[in-house]
Design a binder for this molecule. Structure first.
Ligand code: NAD
Ligand code: UGA
Length: 441
């Protein structure tokens, strides 16, 4: 089948590559000329395990093309996915400018029946707006043409995106058009051997499902983060509590890890957008309000603890940071807890030396010229002479470092483990002053 994908970002590229891998002829269009030039030169604009090879293979096989030519991209296929960004607007709502621009482009260039698929995360009612944007263009051109708009939210995780797309837990299709439904079932058939995983529902429910999923996951983490603080106050260990509750299948083991807060390009913006939707609908979501507030506090927890330990004037102190990305497996720094921690430490006069296995180029661009902030070449280089080490991202390579070398390199053997990666008893035995999240008194 021929398919067009608007957007060559995380979701657009993964969608395009995976659909091409299944034998479809995919054209991926983006307004960012540099990004398309890079892709056409064989480069990959994002770090996503496995994506590089998948892109190469499908481009070489002639199944995948990148372009900025929107007219040609629209002409290419009946099925048009919109996977452009929906960044937060100032009031917290999702900014739909890119989605509506893509819809307008489709309306402007279409010459026959199209099925337009909203894959971007968009608030309830967006499919209607996409429908209206296309209708507006068709009316302006005086060419009434048939089309359908379908909601197909994406649930992939950065760092595991290819696997998530290839082997989805479920595919949600908000669809009330029979012909469009048949096309999409055919496209997704190779991805869902178990047909129960293809969930077809009404458009509004599909749109809400996406926000509900992210908000539920964020809620679980914030709950555990708040409970971790209680565990500390009571001398209990949140990791043991996690095991204790996670073994109940009604609760499940996922997304129960306490830490220095959730970040990324999705949870924070989607939680805010859902809060906004609730307020606008006259149904304020007070639980979710707390979920967000708890996370804001949690992201400042490590720097607050540094202050509690070393005082509010941190001049003369160097702090080492391991991990800058919002989670392992990605170079994405959007809304990463590291942003809050770096700012707070620098504001209090400290120097920060950081290392991240893959986010260094993005970090260099982000903090370039920021006084007091430097990047180290190796994890050990980062800790030399530091008053403490703060671990913010649980990359595998940080799991079992040479602790003796680490201790020798630090000025003081103080560890702030923001991801509960290390065993408190072992760390204390090795002579470290260990501060985890919710790890007993
Ligand atoms: P991104 O910022 O990585 O990429 C968006 C791309 O869209 C950019 O390359 C941009 O140039 C392009 N674009 C903007 N306007 C365009 C237009 N009119 N025509 C063509 N291209 C255009 O964004 P992303 O992370 O891929 O997210 C896309 C959507 O998917 C968002 O709504 C996001 O919430 C959702 N989502 C993201 C993830 C994730 O892990 N990143 C997972 C699930 C859902
Ligand atoms: C999240 C969802 O997991 C995806 O299903 C969804 O498609 C995506 O958002 C989206 O809508 O874009 P992602 O942002 O890539 O995916 O990352 P997650 O693995 O969900 O982690 C988000 C944050 O929560 C990270 O900062 C991570 O460190 C934190 N986290 C996660 C915890 O603090 N504890 C946990 O137990 C799990």
């Amino acid at each position: 089948m021929k398919i067009t994908v608007f957007g060559a970002g995380y979701v657009g590229l993964v969608t395009a590559a995976c659909l091409a891998e299944m034998g479809n002829g995919v054209v991926c269009v983006d307004v960012d000329k540099d990004r398309i030039a890079l892709l056409n030169a064989g480069g990959v604009p994002i770090h996503e395990p496995g994506l590089d090879g998948l892109l190469q293979r499908n481009v070489a096989a002639g199944r995948l093309e990148f372009t900025t030519d929107a007219a040609a991209a629209v002409a290419h296929a009946t099925l048009v996915f919109i996977a452009v960004g929906t960044p937060p607007a100032e009031d917290g709502s999702a900014d739909l400018a890119h989605v509506l621009a893509a819809a307008t482009t489709v309306g402007r260039h279409m010459r026959d029946y199209k099925v337009v698929v909203d894959k971007s995360t968009v608030p309830v009612g967006t499919a209607d707006r996409v429908h209206a944007a296309i209708a507006h263009e068709l009316k302006a051109r005086g060419t009434p043409l048939p089309y359908a708009v379908v909601s197909n939210p994406e649930f992939l995780k950065e760092g595991a995106a290819i696997d998530d797309f290839m082997r989805p837990d479920r595919i949600v299709l908000g669809c009330d058009d029979e012909q469009a439904g048949l096309l999409l079932r055919a496209v997704y058939a190779p991805f869902v051997r178990n047909r129960d995983r293809l969930l077809i529902m009404d458009v509004r429910s599909a749109e809400l499902t996406k926000y509900a999923a992210n908000a539920m996951l964020a809620t679980r983490i914030s709950f555990m983060n708040e409970l971790a603080l209680l565990a500390e106050a009571l001398g209990a260990d949140i990791e043991q509590v996690r095991h204790g509750i996670g073994s109940d299948p009604r609760i499940g083991t996922h997304f129960l890890y306490a830490g220095c807060g959730w970040g990324g390009s999705c949870f924070p913006k989607d939680v805010r957008a859902l809060l906004r939707t609730g307020a606008e609908a006259g149904q304020p979501l007070s639980l979710l309000q707390s979920v967000l507030r708890i996370n804001q506090r949690q992201r400042a927890l490590l720097s607050d603890r540094v202050e509690a330990r070393f005082g509010s004037d941190l001049r003369g102190h160097v702090f080492a940071l391991w991990g800058l990305a919002f989670k392992p497996g990605t170079d994405d720094l959007r809304e990463a807890p590291s942003l809050t921690v770096v700012d707070a430490l620098l504001e209090r006069g400290a120097q920060v030396v950081a290392f991240d296995p893959v986010a260094m180029p993005k970090a260099a661009a982000l903090w370039r010229g920021r006084e007091g902030f430097t990047l180290a070449d190796t994890p050990l280089d980062a800790v030399r002479g530091a008053s403490a080490l703060l671990l913010l991202t649980e990359w595998r390579e940080f799991r079992s470092p040479d602790f003796d070398a680490l201790k020798a390199a630090l000025r003081e053997p103080v560890l702030f483990d923001g991801r509960n990666l290390w065993d408190p008893a072992q760390m204390r035995e090795l002579g470290f002053e260990y501060h985890g999240i919710g790890r007993g008194a």
